[in-house]
Design a protein around this ligand. Structure first.
Ligand code: SAM
Length: 402
């Protein structure tokens, strides 16, 4: 599990959102307000999952659903951008080390990712000046994004500006001209061309145009999607087409081959990062039966050049792409790297000081091995195998190149 330190002062975030949503009245909600918020959150959650077929295209036009999004989905979504940014900042070519970074946030909603980026950079020693362009089809979202941007920038020490545009991004020709260092699509790709028959092909063509036209030659297109099987598998199909179109995956994939998760219709690949939610989210979870105690998402960082996180890793590095699979007398994981996605097994009786790191692996970790036994369709760890969890080393490394 990547050791990411989420920076924002959660109390400040919770307080700011509550105050904003209750028109500066107070920083707490009454029981009846909390119950009505909880029922809107259930409605929105169902629209995102089991009732997706009826998700209206302008659902955040609805005041109650917008409020539900801001109180329940925005606080956790803010932090998801930290993982790709942290991975970019590890590259020795100093990908994020610029005086000024231009960011295009497509489908910005209420400015979720903008807050996450402000939070990320405000805690760095060298702070670039950040120039945001936020685009959404719902004007109310943009006005909230502007309000939250103002509230946050008043409280964090960073030079930043925000321009907003109400545009349907499916019409790429309407997007204002420019060359951006970072293009963000956070929880939006799965909503594009949703009702259309060839939605995957349309999304590939849309992204190809966006990247060719608006991404700087050394820029990063960051896609974040919900960790649901359907939305993630669609993103992975799109990933494969974009690789064919010549773009490079910077992370999370350590290989450029077609995604191995797609060969079994039951598989998909996502992150699950521990997170301590603000108090109000815990209260809502109690009322709704929903659970937001970790950050679950899928992501892709695409580049036009050939830089990749794998540049800083040993050749035989793998990403852990499953939960620990525990059964009597053994522990297994799925790992993905050269040779594709494979099961790796260790019997409890083979545990030694050199392979004991295996017991501590978590989804998303990057790991390397010496003297691993290759049994064809799976790997085996025995007493002679050495296991190194690179995540604890690289993510905590002082060598942040920004
Ligand atoms: C699930 S929200 C995500 C908001 C934000 N990016 C986040 O991660 O929290 C999707 C956003 O995309 C916007 N959206 C959906 N389709 C769009 C389109 N064709 N053009 C512009 N915005 C769109 C919606 O209005 C909504 O604000």
């Amino acid at each position: 599990m990547p050791q990411i330190h989420f920076n924002t002062n959660k109390v400040f975030l919770e307080y700011t959102l509550l105050k904003y949503l209750s028109d500066n009245r107070s920083s707490s909600l009454t029981d009846s307000e909390l119950n009505s918020l909880a029922s809107d959150i259930i409605e929105l959650s169902n629209l995102f999952t089991k009732n997706r077929e009826i998700l209206p295209s302008q659902y955040l036009n609805n005041k109650n659903l917008r409020r539900a999004y801001m109180m329940y989905f925005l606080p956790s979504n803010i932090y998801k951008i930290h993982l790709p940014l942290k991975e970019l900042s590890l590259h020795p070519q100093k990908i994020l080390s610029k005086k000024e970074i231009k960011i295009l946030d497509l489908g910005s909603g209420p400015g979720t990712t903008i807050l996450g980026i402000l939070d990320f950079f405000s805690k760095q020693k060298k702070r670039p000046s950040l120039e945001f362009t936020a685009i959404d089809s719902v004007v109310e979202n943009l006005s909230i994004a502007k309000d939250l941007f103002k509230l946050f920038t008043e409280n964090v020490n960073i030079d930043a500006s925000l321009k907003t545009f109400k545009i349907n991004i499916e019409k790429t020709e309407a997007i204002p001209e420019g060359s951006y260092d970072i293009i963000i699509l956070s929880n939006i790709l799965n909503e594009l061309f949703y009702k259309e028959e060839k939605k995957i092909a349309k999304r590939v063509s849309f992204l190809t145009t966006i990247i060719r036209k608006f991404l700087a030659s050394d820029g990063n297109c960051i896609i974040i999607e919900p960790a649901l099987r359907e939305t993630t598998r669609e993103m992975l199909e799109i990933r494969d087409s974009l690789v064919k179109n010549g773009f490079k995956i910077y992370s999370p994939c350590l290989i450029d081959e077609p995604c191995p998760a797609l060969s079994n219709p039951k598989d998909w690949c996502h992150e699950d990062i521990p997170w301590i939610p603000p108090k109000i989210i815990k209260e809502i979870d109690k009322l709704t039966g929903l659970r937001k105690d970790s950050l679950k998402f899928s992501y892709l960082v695409l580049r036009k050049d050939k830089l990749s996180l794998s540049d800083i890793l040993e050749k035989n590095s793998y990403r852990v792409v499953s939960e620990p699979l525990v059964s009597k007398g053994k522990l297994e994981f799925y790992i993905c790297g050269i040779g594709g996605r494979r099961l790796i097994t260790m019997l409890d009786k083979d545990k030694t000081p050199s392979n004991m790191q295996f017991q501590k692996l978590q989804r998303g970790d990057i790991v390397s091995f010496r003297d691993l036994i290759d049994e064809g369709n799976r790997f085996k760890i025995d007493k002679g195998t050495t296991v190194a969890n690179l995540s604890s080393h690289i993510y905590k490394s002082p060598h942040l190149y920004i």
